[in-house]
Design a protein around this ligand. Structure first.
Ligand SMILES: CC(C)(COP(=O)(O)OP(=O)(O)OC[C@H]1O[C@@H](n2cnc3c(N)ncnc32)[C@H](O)[C@@H]1OP(=O)(O)O)[C@@H](O)C(=O)NCCC(=O)NCCS
Length: 186
């Protein structure tokens, strides 16, 4: 990875560049609009919306935001990792890895306990993600078991937490999408 890569919290002046980046990475503006809704939602923590900058240009973005795991007893707060995107010309250079690692480290240092991610089952285990079903945690929509994952930021944070992940309205219209499969798996 280039030594000039800088990862920092997003600021308002970045919003336009992040919108365009998500359009370029996802091929439409659904995720860009979703990011806008996440920013104005109660679960948004600006410390967990990070951009990757190379030579002054924003080349990647990730946001972790609040969700709840609804259990029979109580709602357990957690974070959703979605979306994460890197400009197409800068993909496969380690920028996504660096961004996600930085976001998870920031979340852990703030004191969040766990992260839920709907993503490619070959990609996210490298961060320690395991199928959420291993904890008894399910999605409220149909999703392949291996693609719906959970990560404890604090050991034991998900012990005994069996329930359903409730995504806030900010995620409506765009079901958090798993990574596109590598060509060989399509
Ligand atoms: C997914 C994404 C953020 C990854 O960022 P990136 O900077 O390209 O990824 P990195 O270079 O850090 O990834 C390194 C590893 O991930 C793997 N990887 C990257 N994209 C992948 C994909 N789409 N499917 C499976 N594996 C992938 C690479 O092969 C590499 O693995 P290796 O270390 O074993 O060689 C980026 O490809 C992207 O923006 N994609 C379009 C948007 C998207 O699908 N976002 C995720 C859903 S929210």
């Amino acid at each position: 990875m280039s030594a000039s890569l800088r990862i920092r919290p997003e600021v308002q002046a970045d919003y336009g560049a992040v919108f365009d980046l998500d359009v370029a990475a996802f091929g439409g503006d659904g995720e860009s609009r979703m990011v806008g809704r996440i920013r104005s939602s109660a679960g948004f923590d600006p410390r967990l919306s990070l951009v990757a900058e190379r030579e002054g240009r924003i080349v990647g973005h990730v946001v972790l935001s609040g969700i709840v795991i609804q259990t029979p007893d109580r709602d357990v707060p957690a974070l959703a990792l979605a979306p994460v995107a890197v400009l197409p010309a800068f993909q496969r250079m380690g920028i996504g890895l660096a961004l996600i690692r930085a976001a998870l480290t920031a979340a852990a240092s703030i004191g969040y306990g766990a992260v839920i991610v709907l993503g490619h089952p070959e990609y996210f285990p490298r961060f320690g993600c395991v199928p959420a079903s291993a904890y008894g945690i399910t999605a409220s929509f149909s999703v392949p078991d291996r693609a719906f994952m959970a990560l404890e930021l604090v050991e034991g944070a998900l012990d005994g937490i069996e329930g359903t992940v409730i995504y806030p309205a900010a995620f409506d219209d765009v079901t958090p999408s798993p990574l596109p499969l590598p060509r060989s798996e399509k």
